[in-house]
Design a protein around this ligand. Structure first.
Ligand code: GDP
Length: 373
């Protein structure tokens, strides 16, 4: 447990000009609010656990950003502090509606998020937009783009936009986003969007942390062309066909029919919700309020039949075991005895001198032996 003082400022960073130096151990995120952080620099960069928790609970966006940076850090003490912050925020979490939004690059996700986001903010909601970008695990560039997206939302006091965490495995990135949801909820955001790219890697992760999953498609492109896998369609609670302002009407009608037919083929979902197909133009705003109504209807129905709560519980359980698995794996590969022998044993497998199973057992034996010491 990290006590009330935070040891984040390394000597190296003390003279650093950037207040972002607090996040040593983190791959820097381009959309961090540098102005806000600058204000903190002037009062010193250390915050106590209580300051973090109180700051988040009072809706201070800069403190929220900094706490998320701790979640994203690779440094053990940052992560430990982040866990303590999450723990203390926990009583204030869970009250939002979490919505996953996916679709191939260019389908209009960010335009759609702006449009729907502004619509729901106009109705008095507070929106946090998070992202899981599979490309961020390999490179610092991203399919989902940078901070110039969603400009009107970015300048809205009732919206908080955070790009995808970078670095590490997709599972690691997803876990960080999952933790970030808690902090955003504690900060008063009642609606959370989690955006991801519909290319077949990260949807499952997003699906396992949201209440409602929306798939954006285009008319007349055919799902093969759009790169959408069947499994992704199966996860969708609603398919919205975007850009209807520029699409041929016949093509739209046909697409609606085709997607409805496709959705019909899937077995009934546990939520008892019949997935819908709808149309919209993120650019003109046509159909956007209807989508929000569909979401409301879904939430109402699933809260009534108990699925909403069951699903949340199932997800919480999933993330508990997911975290255990990943921590154990990390611990195993960090073990010096394992590190020392891993390459050699792997080579023996490649040379056909040892079976994969025996090799795994040997490494596990080394690990357990070390653990008993
Ligand atoms: P993303 O890659 O899925 O986030 O897609 P963007 O939101 O960046 O949109 C890609 C392009 O499609 C941009 O040029 C948008 O202006 C355009 N676009 C998005 N939604 C619509 C729409 O409803 N109608 C039209 N005509 N263009 C749109």
């Amino acid at each position: 447990m990290v006590k009330n003082s935070e040891h984040l400022t390394s000597n190296k960073n003390k003279n650093n000009d950037s207040s972002l130096s607090v996040s040593e151990g983190v791959e820097q995120n381009s959309a961090i609010n540098t102005q806000g952080l600058q204000r903190f620099k002037n009062r010193g960069s250390s915050l106590s656990l209580d300051e973090y928790v109180n700051g988040i609970k009072s809706g201070n966006r800069t403190i929220l950003s900094r706490a998320i940076t701790l979640i994203e850090s690779t440094k053990a003490d940052h992560r430990e502090l982040a866990q303590d912050i999450i723990e203390q925020c926990l009583p204030d979490t869970g009250n939002s509606i979490r919505i996953g939004i996916t679709g191939v690059p260019g389908v209009g996700k960010s335009t759609f998020i702006e449009s729907l986001g502004n619509h729901i903010i106009d109705q008095g909601n507070k929106l946090a937009v998070l992202a899981i970008d599979p490309s961020s695990t390999r490179t610092k560039g991203s399919i989902l783009g940078d901070k110039t997206r969603m400009e009107t939302l970015a300048n809205n006091d009732n919206a908080f936009i955070r790009p995808s965490p970078t670095g590490g495995s997709l599972g690691g990135v997803a876990r960080k986003t999952r933790e970030t949801i808690y902090l955003c909820e504690a900060a008063g955001y009642d609606t959370i969007f989690i955006e991801t790219v519909g290319v077949g890697q990260s949807e499952t992760a997003v699906h396992s942390m949201v209440d409602f999953f929306l798939l954006l498609m285009l008319a007349g492109a055919g799902d093969e062309l759009q790169g959408i896998k069947r499994g992704i369609m199966e996860m969708a609670d609603t398919i919205a066909i975007n850009k209807v302002d520029e699409a041929n009407e016949k093509a739209v009608t046909q697409a609606v029919r085709e997607y409805k037919n496709a959705l019909h083929l899937y077995p009934e979902t546990k939520s008892e919700w019949a997935p819908k197909v709808t149309t919209c133009s993120a650019l003109t705003g046509k159909g956007i309020p209807d989508i929000w109504e569909i979401v409301q209807e879904y939430i109402q129905q699933t809260k009534k039949n108990g699925y909403f709560k069951n699903n949340r519980n199932r997800q919480a359980k999933h993330w508990m075991y997911d975290t255990i698995t990943s921590r154990l794996t990390e611990h195993f590969y960090d073990n010096p005895a394992v590190k020392k022998k891993q390459q050699q044993i792997e080579q023996q497998v490649l040379n056909g001198e040892m079976s994969s199973f025996k090799a795994a057992q040997k490494l596990l034996d080394l690990y357990f032996k070390e653990m008993k010491k």
